[in-house]
Write a protein that binds this ligand. Structure first.
Ligand code: SF4
Ligand code: SF4
Ligand code: SF4
Length: 379
């Protein structure tokens, strides 16, 4: 074990080996407030990558309803219990990461292998409300809501300190130096399932037909062409912005991911206390009580919700960037806002998206003089 700096927990931590930063790091931001749980992302990944034998149960992308859902069952609660919850002091994590907890017993990673049964209920808890039920005539007009649930879309986080890499005895799991994407070399894998046990997010999955482990490949053939992955491109709710993240001490204000994560601190990592420095970031749902969100996204939750509630209407740059989510098949590495229009550029500097920040408001009269016709759908 050696010391590496993990900016998400604001301190050094023990990790299995030195993990040099890749030339660039695959990353994405998901605005949970906009997710409608339609599972289009799940199905587009399924039909693209996991239609073969042994892959029937696999959902490399899944969307679970929180607080009750989980695929595999209770993946998060089980691990939180093992590392002892998690203690934060302001922005610094003082509890143990999965690597530090494991080191106490001379292991690489604290983890567990889910049972076969645990993978069998991907929709468990779907749309189940926490805190009561919706009664007839119920009306909620305050934030956070007294009763709530929300959708959490998940895929491999292509972590900066990946537990799957640390735990593989065959060095079959590796992080690509050119883009930080984490892959499993199928010719080296011997099906020991140590990546499955080690990944805190339970994103590698075992194929009993090929006797190999598999995982999200970040749709690398598309990413290599500067295109969004399947699950990002086809997101119906346009909740996803994919791109490249810079180190926190060198953010680029015109990079969409940097702006949301480092500059505005609006998007937060999922369970940063695990210690893998995940690279999928979430804008937390503003209708959910903060204690629940804090255990999931860390201490930055209150600030992120404040920014979302206050600045999203007043800051034209932020408003413009949020409008650009899901607006082009190409990865936008730069953005700008001019004259009430948000502009997105690819890595070559080509304009690939433009969207008005304010949509025109068209009033349709009930009687259309030009056509001498009445419209029945207007007041
Ligand atoms: S989410 Fe899991 S499988 Fe993906 S890189 Fe991180 S540790 Fe590995
Ligand atoms: S990035 Fe590609 S492989 Fe990974 S979950 Fe999304 S669609 Fe599936
Ligand atoms: S496609 Fe988008 S809106 Fe639909 S469930 Fe997936 S992340 Fe949510």
């Amino acid at each position: 074990m050696i010391d590496v700096f993990n900016w998400q927990i604001n301190r050094k931590m023990k990790y299995t080996y030195e993990s040099p930063a890749p030339q660039k790091q695959f990353a994405a931001v998901f605005d949970i407030n906009k997710c409608i749980g339609c599972q289009t992302c799940t199905i587009t990944c399924k039909t693209s990558w996991t239609t073969g034998r042994g892959q029937e149960y696999m959902f490399w992308n899944n969307v679970e309803s929180k607080p009750y859902g989980g695929y595999p069952l209770y993946w998060d609660f089980k691990l939180l219990e093992k590392i002892g919850g998690g203690k934060w002091n302001a922005g610094t994590y003082e509890g143990k990461t999965i690597f530090e907890k494991a080191a106490e017993e001379n292991k690489n990673v604290e983890g567990f292998l889910p049972d076969l049964e645990d993978w069998s209920y991907p929709n468990m808890g779907e749309d189940e409300i926490y805190g009561g039920s919706v009664n007839k005539g119920m009306h909620i007009n305050s934030l956070p809501h007294p009763i709530w649930f929300y959708y959490l879309p998940r895929l491999c986080n292509h972590c900066s300190h990946p537990a799957c890499v640390a735990n593989c005895p065959r060095q079959a799991v590796y992080k690509r130096p050119e883009d930080g994407i984490v892959l499993i070399d199928q010719s080296r894998c011997q099906g020991y399932r140590q990546c499955v046990a080690g990944c805190p997010y339970k994103k590698p999955m075992f194929n009993a037909t090929t006797y190999r482990s598999e995982k999200c490949v970040a749709c690398y053939p598309k990413v290599e062409q500067g295109l969004h992955t399947q699950c990002m491109e086809h997101c119906i709710g346009k909740i996803r912005m994919q791109g490249w993240i810079s180190p926190p001490d060198a953010p680029k204000a015109d990079n969409p991911i940097d702006y949301l994560v480092h500059v505005k601190k609006l998007a937060l990592p999922l369970y940063p206390q695990f210690g893998t420095q995940p690279n999928i970031y979430y804008i937390p749902p503003i209708h959910v009580p903060t204690p629940y969100l804090k255990q999931m996204f860390g201490p930055g939750v209150e600030q992120a919700i404040k920014v979302y509630k206050e600045e999203v209407h007043n800051d034209p740059i932020l408003k413009g960037l949020l409008v650009l989510f899901g607006s082009a098949p190409e990865i936008m590495t730069k953005f700008d806002v001019k004259n009430d229009v948000a502009l997105g550029y690819d890595s070559k500097g080509t304009l690939v998206a433009q969207a008005p920040i304010t949509e025109p408001n068209v009033v349709r009269e009930s009687y259309d003089k030009a056509r001498d016709a009445y419209r029945l759908d207007t007041p």
